[in-house]
Ligand binder design. Structure first.
Ligand code: FE
Ligand code: CA
Length: 541
């Protein structure tokens, strides 16, 4: 590959379904970087037609290594599969803990090769091309491997000089009428909170896709002394800070193994930017301009580090809401509940930025949670759903939790701080087949009933809500059953949720680790709940 080719980028529209187009309309620019040109990727047949099986190809020669040291220190990942394509990710860093977050690779773009194969040994390579890992993108690449077959496993790797990355395994989404589809739901993985034994066990689960509901990183100083500490040891504010934090987390071998084993789809919650940020506000005295600057830095680093089918952010804006369809079996709607949200009501500094309490000012039809664009997109997407199950990837709890003891008190950065917006969302869920809400953020496992009117047990149940336990972030641990009648079960454990979907039934299995401090920890099942199609009342088995 010569320098001229190295500098060339191709921007290609992803396959545009109706909903994808609507996302594109909302986001203005849904385009995907597919890499720089080997001559073969200029023709219209580059990826083959979606229905014709790919022919085996010879791997391209890897570009000569110019950088010193192993550049594949941060692992590989795949994500955002469709029935015919998947995003393949890596981020190069020869010195991943360098304090400036640049990974030791300076300002030059670096050419690498990527290969996709039909087998783990790469005896049948189906695609092999060169791509530029751009310094402006933190030396990350997001390859859109197209022309694949539905519901099929693939293997991928990256090469640079004589270095070869870990081999990743991925899969496209099924089409038609699948008999089953399995998800793992993960969230809240504070590095300092424990080892990633949950991820070590997750690689052995029989699931097709991992859904990350946010708090992939935390923004606090990493600390020092005994125990696990991420870098840097300062509050994250700059893009270099956030890049270094992601690198620090991604050096964990169990997190790398989970990414290498399954495709991920990820949204975010607050800590990808700052605790309880909402719209252009954070608890404290930062100005909206300062919050926007921090959001821009955080969004840039998030995009660089996630295998997401999204174009790079432009400042403090990145539309991450999107949906995934598993034939006629299920649709997953992944939401962003921070970026365009109104400020929680009655925010004051005496509650340490937790937005905790009770407050009449929660009311107000104009108090948005999702922002107008996302709310319109979701209404349209749900309205057009033709699948048996409709799964909401919902970062913060919807059904309502009254965590007060003697009197009511709520975490007002959850949907409890946005009752009118919540009412609109619940009304939309009531209109689709078999809605199921999948939730994170609270640092507990929970099963809740989403009632038409939260906390009013006399109103119908619209959907079950399953809250995934945290991977490693400190447990919430307080018993909230007293004032929350819609809470069916609370599980104060670390782990993840496995959701198995069939046409007749959805099964939610709470998998919990014995010891969050131990990467070799055993895992066990704390609870199994089922939801029969046509009945929103979950049953414990
Ligand atoms: Fe969290
Ligand atoms: Ca959170």
């Amino acid at each position: 590959m010569n320098q001229g080719e190295r500098g060339r980028e191709r921007w290609v529209l992803p396959e545009v379904g109706r909903r994808r187009f609507l996302i594109g309309a909302a986001a203005a620019t849904t385009v995907v970087l597919v890499g720089c040109g080997s001559p073969s990727d200029d023709g219209p047949g580059r990826s083959g037609s979606p229905t014709a099986p790919r022919k085996a190809v010879d791997p391209v020669d890897a570009p000569a290594a110019g950088a010193d040291g192993d550049v594949f220190t941060l692992g590989v990942a795949s994500g955002d599969p469709t029935t015919t394509s998947v995003i393949l990710w890596t981020r190069l860093a020869s010195d991943p803990t360098a304090d400036d977050g640049a990974g030791g690779l300076g300002d030059d773009d670096i050419a690498i090769a990527w290969d996709l194969a039909a087998d783990a040994d790469f005896s049948r390579v189906l695609a092999s091309e060169l791509i530029s890992a751009k310094a402006a993108h933190g030396h990350s690449v997001h390859v859109d491997a197209q022309g694949l077959e539905a519901g099929t496993d693939y293997w991928y790797r990256f090469r640079y000089g004589d270095q070869t990355s870990t081999v990743g395994r991925t899969a496209t989404l099924p089409d038609g009428s699948p008999d089953a589809f399995g998800l793992a739901v993960v969230n809240c993985q504070m590095y300092e909170g424990g080892a990633y034994g949950a991820y070590r066990n997750l690689v052995d689960e029989d699931v097709d896709l991992v859904v990350h509901l946010g708090d992939y990183i935390y923004e606090y100083p990493g600390g020092e002394g005994a125990g696990r500490h991420s870098l840097p040891n300062r509050m994250l504010t700059t893009v270099g800070d956030y890049r270094l934090r992601y690198a620090s987390y991604k050096l964990d071998p169990d997190l790398q193994a989970a990414h290498a084993r399954f495709p991920f789809v990820a949204t975010w919650d607050d800590h990808e930017v700052a605790n309880n940020y909402m719209g252009d506000t954070v608890p404290g005295d930062a100005t909206p301009e300062q919050v926007e600057e921090r959001k821009a830095a955080a969004y840039q680093a998030w995009w660089e580090n996630m295998p997401a089918r999204l174009d790079p952010p432009d400042g403090p804006d990145l539309a991450v809401y999107r949906d995934f369809t598993m034939g006629d079996l299920a649709t997953l709607y992944l939401l962003d509940e921070r970026q365009d949200s109104a400020e929680p009501p009655c925010r004051d500094t005496s509650t340490a930025g937790l937005d905790y309490g009770n407050c009449d000012d929660v009311d107000g039809e104009d108090r948005t949670r999702l922002g107008a664009d996302q709310e319109a997109w979701l209404a349209d997407a749900l309205g057009g759903s033709a699948t048996r199950w409709n799964l909401l990837g919902n970062p913060v709890v919807l059904a309502g939790i009254d965590a007060g003891q003697d009197e009511s008190a709520f975490y007002l950065d959850t949907w409890d701080g946005f009752p009118d917006a919540r009412k609109r969302l619940i009304a939309q869920l009531a209109d689709v087949d078999n809605p199921v809400v999948l939730t994170g953020d609270y640092h507990a496992g929970m099963v809740l009933d989403v009632h038409e009117v939260p906390f009013d047990q006399d109103t119908p149940v619209v959907a079950p809500e399953f809250m995934a336990p945290p991977i490693s972030s400190a447990l919430f641990d307080a018993d909230v059953t007293g004032r929350t009648p819609q809470l069916r079960q609370q599980i104060n454990e670390y782990g993840y949720l496995v959701v198995a979907v069939t046409p007749d039934e959805l099964t939610a299995t709470f998998r919990v680790v014995d010891d969050v401090a131990d990467p070799d920890t055993a895992i066990s099942t704390a609870a199994v709940w089922t939801v029969a199609a046509g009945d929103p009342i979950a049953q414990q088995t």
